[in-house]
Design a protein around this ligand. Structure first.
Ligand code: GUN
Ligand code: ZN
Length: 645
């Protein structure tokens, strides 16, 4: 079984550690393609100069070549290539797609890969082309499934690639992935996508990758077969692809083509060489053009590899900073076809929202109308429409303000509105923001340009109308039109405390949490709510960073007593009980059940198998991920006694 551990995530995108018998790599990672017959850059250079810990080569080419075949069998693939990192081999599928039938069988090529010491071998799958009919695709999937099952039996201690096929038919992709989820497969390449990428059909690429991801066992690495241009890597990583491979770095170099983050340029058409990578830095355009062919090819190949490694580092940085959406939105402006891809994410918003963290560190930046395809907008909309309890049946609308939170910039106005029986609602790019919720992530933790675009204006307005309609507000006025005549009593802190709880945990949980006398511990510096005390017990703490709650032990007990499992629960087995109850983290392999509605970073209640509360903490993963991963942290447990507020 593959050894794959989640270290850091940003939605579906993730940084993981992949370990094989030849060592470990951190993903997202790209495996340069080595043609065993042509060595533009040697495997040793790939490792020592560029830091590539894994590469991919083709076992079919080796098997067909008499000398290589014998050498590989005699001394092993690692010695033959002079590479002690991870070696993945492909099977001949791509050759059969390019040049017609290959004269070897699946068991033959799987056995051969095992015999030459490959770390990760590949089934002889059938390359399902974008132009194929549904019937033909279905047949190819069934045949690929049979061969994959066969390869799982033959693989021994070699890891095996189970390739997801299905042409451009999303249902067939999901079907193929679901069938493979129960097989003993280690890595999932998504296959048959090279023509889509060559033809810049990025919207269909999104269909293919997302529908595959929906069926794939999430604890296995996903490899996007043939994706090697730096331009597409961030985009693919956002969809949860972990591995890539590139033959283009060498193929393009052969044709004097240089890869850049925003496209590919032909050396003879370039006006300047604006690159200071280690390969280019001692060259001018002139000097590069004047190099002898072989030498030039090598410089360009090295340049191409530097572009790839640089982008991979950038992607990892953005994942660590939880800002990968921003990078992708920027990258997708390199070509209109990529914008097609970015816009297609709208179709997969539900799946993406399930994987999107409840809050992120730092503020989110708006980059343009495509930003509205991010799952945070979907989540806010669905929660405000389903988890809000209005304070009154009259609303006052306020326009968006750069001074956030709004309760600070409109503090006097909100007060006047409330004492006259109005609910203050700010019309924002997120849609309607009732005053009670203005500090919740990402409402206060977001930046939009001051002069808004038409999409933003139309969206703000139509979402606000939907909201006013849904909650049956009888009267909606502008602040200037309020007659300040009344002096109703209201408790702004209590309104906020309950509204945030409903938004975060739902209305039933809020009823369970808030009982008896409610008191607040507030920050002395800014008067914000810190702790919520109900009936004398500390049930919740509000975090300053994201305006959401940390659940305390007593709060957890109240929810567990009134709402049946699995709501907000992660249940662990008996072995884990002593550790978790002392405040140690809950690891995936000990979890026996959990809430299917968990989002990453959600507050959860860790229980034993009889639903006894052991601890509270934050989920690191979705249910499906927790139940699939065999290692890694499922819940970061907070010690029951220490107060984080
Ligand atoms: N290389 C590029 N695409 C594919 C594919 O679909 N299957 C295999 N085995 N290799 C590939
Ligand atoms: Zn360069």
């Amino acid at each position: 079984m593959v050894n794959f551990e989640l270290l850091k995530r940003d939605g579906l995108a993730r940084i993981c550690q992949l370990t094989t018998k030849s060592g470990s790599i951190e993903t997202p990672a790209l495996l340069p393609v080595i043609n065993p017959k042509i060595n533009t850059i040697t495997p040793r250079e790939l490792k020592e100069d560029f830091g590539f810990g894994a590469l991919i080569t083709n076992s079919y080419i080796i098997k067909k070549h008499q000398d290589l075949n014998q050498q590989a069998l005699a001394e092993g693939l690692h010695k033959m290539l002079d590479f002690d990192g991870i070696i993945m081999t492909d099977s001949g599928t791509f050759q059969s797609y390019m040049y017609g039938e290959v004269d070897l069988t699946n068991p033959e090529i799987v056995e051969f890969q095992k015999n030459i010491g490959t770390d990760i071998g590949t089934v002889l799958d059938i390359f399902t082309e974008p132009g194929w009919s549904e019937e033909k695709t279905k047949w190819a999937i069934e045949e690929t499934l049979v061969r994959t099952e066969e390869a799982c039996k033959l693989k021994g201690d070699m890891l095996i690639n189970g390739v997801i096929q299905g042409s451009v038919y999303p249902e067939l992709r999901t079907y193929c992935a679901e069938k493979m989820a129960t097989m003993d497969i280690d890595v999932h390449p998504i296959g048959g996508v090279v023509p889509l990428m060559e033809q810049y059909r990025y919207a269909e690429l999104v269909d293919v990758v997302m529908s595959s991801k929906m069926g794939i066992n999430p604890s296995r690495p996903v490899h996007l077969f043939g994706a090697g241009h730096p331009m597409v890597l961030a985009f693919a990583a956002l969809m949860g692809c972990d591995l890539f491979d590139s033959a283009s770095y060498a193929k393009f170099a052969r044709d004097d083509r240089m890869m850049f983050i925003d496209g590919t340029s032909r050396l003879k058409e370039m006006e300047t060489l604006d690159c200071n990578c280690p390969a280019c830095k001692d060259h001018t355009l002139e000097s590069l053009r004047n190099l002898e062919k072989k030498e030039r090819e090598k410089v360009i190949a090295r340049h191409n590899l530097y572009q790839i490694t640089k982008e991979l580092e950038t992607i990892k940085r953005y994942i660590r900073e939880e800002r990968l959406w921003e990078l992708v939105e920027i990258r997708c402006r390199a070509h209109p076809a990529m914008l097609n891809g970015l816009r297609r994410f709208e179709e997969y918003i539900g799946f993406m929202e399930l994987h999107d963290p409840i809050s992120r560190n730092g503020a989110m930046f708006y980059t343009g109308p495509e930003t509205y395809n991010r799952p945070v907008f979907e989540r806010y909309h669905s929660r405000i429409m389903n988890r809000y309890v209005p304070y009154s049946d009259r609303a006052v609308l306020f326009s968006d303000s750069p001074g956030k939170p709004y309760s600070r910039s409109y503090s006097e106005e909100f007060h006047i509105a409330r004492k006259n029986g109005y609910t203050p609602v700010v019309v924002t790019p997120f849609g309607p923001v009732p005053a009670e919720l203005d500090e919740v992530y990402p409402l206060s933790q977001s930046l939009f340009p001051m002069n808004t675009d038409r999409e933003t204006e139309e969206r703000s307005l139509s979402l606000t109308m939907e909201f006013l309609d849904k909650y049956g507000f009888k009267e909606t006025v502008k602040f200037e039109n309020i007659e300040d005549t009344e002096s109703m009593e209201y408790d702004g802190d209590l309104l906020r405390a309950k509204a945030v709880s409903s938004y975060q945990f739902g209305i039933p949980a809020t009823k369970a949490l808030f009982r008896g006398k409610i008191e607040f511990v507030k920050s002395r510096s800014n008067d914000r709510i810190r702790n919520v005390i109900s009936d004398g017990e500390h049930i919740l703490s509000m975090r300053a960073g994201d305006g959401l709650y940390t659940l305390k032990q007593e709060g957890a007990v109240r929810i567990a007593e009134s709402i049946p499992s699995p709501f907000m629960r992660v249940a662990v087995n008996d072995d884990s009980v002593p550790y978790v109850s002392k405040g140690r983290n809950a690891f995936c392999q000990f979890v026996i059940g959990c809430d299917p509605g968990l989002r990453p970073m959600d507050e959860v209640i860790v229980t034993d198998r009889n639903d006894k509360v052991l601890a509270t903490g934050r989920a690191m993963m979705t249910m499906k991920e927790i139940m699939s991963f065999k290692r890694g942290i499922a819940v970061k447990v907070r010690s029951g006694t220490s107060d984080e507020a």
